[in-house]
Design a protein around this ligand. Structure first.
Ligand SMILES: Nc1ncnc2c1ncn2[C@@H]1O[C@H](COP(=O)(O)OP(=O)(O)OP(=O)(O)O)[C@@H](O)[C@H]1O
Length: 571
């Protein structure tokens, strides 16, 4: 196959209208659901500060929110108090001795810590049965095919079920979603039923629409057997009026991107009044994307008695700052080394001049296509990450022109296009997804075999999340990253990760603002050095002899600061 450059081809993308996805089940919670729940709970008290106390005396009078009270039409009706489910694990777990707990933590590679003035963390639980969950949730866990909790689930679930705040960190693809989804549903079942005009009982905020939609599916899956459980997805790019009716009717759980959720609060379509369970998934990404004001606004206006869970595969210092501000005596659960690439992915680095990247990508993919041809196997699902939206379209077009099944996913496409791209990729009808960082966090597509970084990301954190789209849930994956001279600082880190993984030594990277500043400074210093070298080796200020491979560094388009928003902004 020969490569046709993008400028010689025509683009025929169409724009379509938007849709909305919401879940509504008819009636409010049945008595049966609640009686099953109380039988699955014990009668110990739970308290965030002590590890167990009752929230039953909770009152909303101290909530100073613009949105939290009186936001909806039925504001005059007294809101029921939130309840901390009086949960306890099985007697077997309750009887575990400290040395047994230590042995389980060691075996599951768990690092659990609490602040000195708070109660110790609940014991990790190695079976779903030992969690004494509502029978319908147990049924749905079974239907989902989960037999044993993953390490993060083993520890995070009992923490969440006991009403404590949590800072959870575990590698990509390790099951963090169910670690909060399952306890969240159990928590909601213990609350007085939601009525029309009530705000939700639980809120999950996620950085991108795709991730929010995926989490909503997971909530639905684990609440499928609960007749009355209602979940709403609230993301930008979809029909706001349908979301409004859904929210006003009253839902148990809202899964949202921050911007759109704030829109609904401002329009008084929902409120924070009844929220007693909050999850910030990929919180560091939300901060990166500029959602900090929205997150703070929500967190500041919540009722006093609520529990908060923060999850990510990387734990930059901003997250720890956020945790300090908004978590009350949290239990910190870390699985393995924090912020390191998953050991399930074989990482390869390849130096490719900027101008040759697309050709090299095509060669790689065409070679792969010939390898599977005639074997009866489909082309392995592959994600190609690029830096910018425009490049994303160009690369996808280049691949399609070669007869490969590729589609672009980025924040510049319509919601319908984004959903269709991901749906086709999930189904396998499109085997190559060319994406910006909008797809780098949390996306779980089973069978992704290869992640290719056509452009390296800006930080090690993003690298860890990107390559974590493969090698999930214990499967093995492969990553190939192209790099140029401008990426040398990041490349040094990746090389270290590869050599450490080779020696069985997962390495934790410095992450967060400081690390990113250092990465930027190092890149700028390298660039300056190259400019100086280039100037001194050429005849004059025109620097006409800049090698082609360095030209991108001087081109105007390269200086345009499109920022994280270009790759991943969502609302
Ligand atoms: N206990 C379990 N048993 C079997 N499969 C599981 C279990 N828990 C989660 N999984 C599966 O593992 C995959 C990864 O889970 P999930 O998407 O929650 O990972 P994650 O830790 O949130 O990853 P990321 O950091 O990339 O967001 C999913 O396909 C999920 O269905």
């Amino acid at each position: 196959m020969s490569y046709v450059p993008p400028h010689l081809r025509s683009s025929s993308r169409t724009t379509t209208t938007t849709t909305t996805t919401t879940t509504a089940k008819p009636s409010s919670r049945t008595l049966d659901d609640q009686s099953k729940l109380s039988s699955s709970n014990s009668h110990i008290n739970n308290d965030k500060s002590s590890g167990g106390a009752s929230f039953s005396s909770f009152s909303h009078s101290n909530v100073s929110s613009r949105w939290s009270s009186g936001a909806l039409s039925q504001a005059s009706r007294a809101r029921p108090d939130s309840v901390v489910p009086q949960w306890k694990p099985s007697d077997r777990v309750l009887g575990m001795k400290p040395e047994m707990i230590e042995e389980v933590c060691l075996r599951l590679n768990l690092d659990v810590s609490v602040s000195p003035d708070s109660a110790s963390a609940p014991a990790p639980i190695e079976s779903f049965t030992d969690m004494c969950l509502h029978p319908s949730i147990m049924k749905d866990i079974d239907n989902h095919g989960y037999t044993t909790p993953t390490s993060i689930q083993a520890q995070a679930m009992p923490v969440a079920l006991s009403g404590r705040d949590l800072l959870g960190c575990a590698e990509t693809g390790s099951g963090k979603t169910a670690a909060f989804t399952i306890p969240m549903i159990q928590h909601c079942l213990a609350q007085p039923p939601v009525q029309r005009g009530d705000g939700p009982l639980a809120l999950v905020l996620a950085p991108t629409r795709e991730l929010a939609q995926q989490i909503e599916k997971e909530v639905k899956a684990f609440s499928a057997s609960l007749e009355s459980f209602r979940t709403a997805i609230v993301v930008g790019g979809t029909n706001i009026s349908e979301q409004r009716s859904e929210l006003r009717a009253g839902v148990d759980v809202v899964v949202a991107t921050p911007g759109r959720f704030i829109d609904h609060l401002q329009q008084r379509n929902t409120s924070l009044t009844r929220i007693s369970f909050v999850v910030l998934d990929e919180a560091d990404r939300m901060l990166d994307m500029g959602f900090e004001p929205q997150i703070r606004e929500v967190m500041r206006n919540l009722s006093e008695k609520h529990q908060t869970l923060l999850f990510s595969a990387t734990m930059p210092e901003e997250i720890e700052e956020l945790a300090q501000e908004y978590l009350t005596k949290p239990v910190q659960v870390k699985v393995g080394k924090v912020s390191s690439p998953t050991a399930n992915v074989t990482q390869t680095l390849e130096k490719v001049p900027e101008s040759e990247k697309t050709d090299r990508l095509l060669a790689l993919l065409v070679e792969e296509a010939s390898r599977v041809e005639g074997t009866g196997h489909p082309f392995p699902l592959t994600i190609v990450f690029v830096e910018r939206k425009t490049r994303c379209d160009e690369v996808a077009e280049a691949l399609v022109a070669q007869g490969l099944h590729a589609v672009a996913l980025h924040g510049g496409r319509t919601q319908t296009e984004r959903e269709a791209a991901l749906r086709d990729f999930r189904k396998g009808t499109t085997s190559i997804l060319v994406a910006t960082d909008v797809a780098s966090r949390g996306l779980d597509v089973s069978g992704v075999a290869h992640v290719i970084n056509l452009d390296l990301p800006k930080s090690m954190e993003d690298y860890v999340h990107r390559i974590g789209r493969t090698g999930r849930a214990g499967s093995m994956g492969q990553s190939t990253s192209f790099y140029t001279d401008r990426d040398m600082f990041l490349v040094a880190n990746i090389k270290k990760a590869i050599s450490d993984a080779g020696s069985g030594n997962a390495v934790a990277f410095a992450t967060g603002k400081t690390a990113r500043r250092k990465e930027k400074e190092a890149a700028a210093a390298q660039k300056q050095a190259r400019v100086a070298l280039s100037n001194s080796s050429t005849a004059g200020p025109a620097s006409a002899n800049i090698e082609d491979k360095y030209r991108f560094m001087f081109a105007d388009s390269n200086n345009k600061k499109e920022g994280a928003a270009d790759s991943a902004w969502d609302d």
